[in-house]
Design a protein around this ligand. Structure first.
Ligand SMILES: Cc1cc2nc3c(=O)[nH]c(=O)nc-3n(C[C@H](O)[C@H](O)[C@H](O)COP(=O)(O)O)c2cc1C
Length: 167
């Protein structure tokens, strides 16, 4: 596989640009049954003395079921490439179609976790926390704007097991 493992202590990236502007594919499942979706919200940092990656998913997403049912997930970053593929995976549901077949993406499995050959950076994570965004905990009520037509997100915090970069 054309990826090399990165030592996290020498890993550098701008999370605001990578997550918020370039987006990522969040994937979970098994070789014969997995799903992926585009995400642009989340974070990376340190929690409980562990290096973590946080994703937030609305239960209405088909990917949600796979995040619930599997212990690990991946976050794949593509830089500025595969933009149309990310748009497609962010606007079509795997509940209705094999959406990967409509993209130029090729799945790869890293220790059984779904990811994509075309990714430039891959985070492989193990879930360590799951929690629901609580309506009563908002301090800035203008954020309810994001929940007029869909449910509150569920937060998944994953311990980063490895970071891989394209060789
Ligand atoms: C740029 C972009 C960012 C998105 N970010 C998120 C996100 O962080 N969380 C989420 O629940 N949905 C997010 N979505 C929506 C899902 O990607 C979209 O609903 C997708 O079709 C779900 O696919 P699925 O039903 O196969 O899981 C985003 C969509 C786009 C286009």
């Amino acid at each position: 596989m054309p990826f090399k493992k990165i030592d996290i202590s020498s890993f550098e990236l701008n999370p605001f640009k990578r997550i918020g502007e370039e987006w990522f594919l969040l994937s979970a499942g098994k070789e014969n049954d997995f799903n992926t979706m585009t995400a642009a919200w989340g974070g990376m940092g340190v929690m409980w003395n562990r290096n973590v990656f946080t994703a937030v998913i609305r239960p209405s997403r088909h990917t949600f079921k796979f995040m619930e049912e599997n212990n690990k997930f991946s976050a794949c970053f593509f830089g500025n490439s595969n933009r149309d593929d990310l748009k497609y995976c962010g606007s079509h549901s795997g509940r209705n179609e094999d959406k990967i077949s409509h993209t130029s993406l090729n799945p790869v499995f890293i220790d059984g976790v779904p990811a994509f050959e075309e990714a430039k950076t891959i985070f492989i994570c193990k879930k360590i926390y799951r929690g629901e965004i609580d309506e009563n905990s908002f301090i800035d009520n203008s954020l309810f704007e994001y929940y007029k037509s869909d449910t509150f997100h569920v937060v998944f915090i994953g311990e980063i097991l490895e970071i891989l970069e394209k060789e």
